[in-house]
Design a binder for this molecule. Sequence first.
Ligand code: SF4
Length: 339
Amino acid sequence: MNLLPDLRGLTPVGMAELCVSLGGTPHQARAVSRAVFRDGVESLSELPVAARLRALLAGRCRISTLGIDTRLKSDDGTEKFLYRLQDGETVEGVLIPERARRTLCVSTQVGCRSACRFCVTGMSGFVRSLSAAEMAGQVIAAQKVAGCRVTNIVLMGCGEPLDNFDAVSRFACIAVDPLAFGIPPGRITLSTSGITPEIARMPRELDVRLAVSLNAADDETRSRIMPINRKYPLAKLMQALRAYGETGRRVLIEYVLLAGVNDSASDAEKLAALLQELNCMVNLLLFNPQTDLPYRRPDELSARRFQRVLLDAGFVSVVRDSRGIDIAAACGQLRAATA
Ligand code: SF4
């Protein structure tokens, strides 16, 4: 295994320090950043700097590559990619075009420890966490193959991002830097199953938008469909979210409706009571059926009834469209390895 630092995992600030320490200029460092992140060069020999600096860099670092094994396009324009990592593991990602936006759903782990019962990634077990370079590699590969710039990022692919805090935080620094992807923090959303100690770290160390996959308003139901709730029960989670909200940031609550499990009017009332006084909005998603999972999709009418309870209680709540269902690219349908 090549243990030299990977340029795709260095922030542009780190890259500048490295180049200057080797006798390069800040201008050359900026050219290296742009070549690595914007142009997606895959070899040090392609770096647009003087041969001497290139040779010095070659002795001290490397550039990882990440290929796309398969690319599926949905009728609605959504694309799903199967990325192959350098050790042969695979993760999936989704590119969602929507008017001027190009949102990329990025994976942060191969598999996932949270093991949510309605998610195919969770049911495939945990293999390993991804590095910041591998997350940046997904953006580079998707931009290259789709021929467009990514404008928004959602950390909602395979894995629990807060179970890989340091690498995700470094990736966020790369994503927002104008010399790398230049995506403002307000256009990056991290979705968690509810790792409360790391939520507390976010305002200081990882300032992107926070989404919480809540999916139940009582501990019994939530622990049944999200085992992580046994470690971080609702009382702890809500305490962390209220503290987060007190910093002036709004939380996005995601709630996947599972027919007969969490979609009744009384579930909606419990949710409204739980979220009282939290600065939040609620996204409702209809479960996308999977052959290997024992849950059903509720009908539109019960979703609307659920939403009505929330609206009447004064919440902003939206029933979200599922994109890419026909290619299994919708929420909860990504898996770690299919090859
Ligand atoms: S929903 Fe997210 S946190 Fe839960 S198992 Fe799937 S990938 Fe992990």
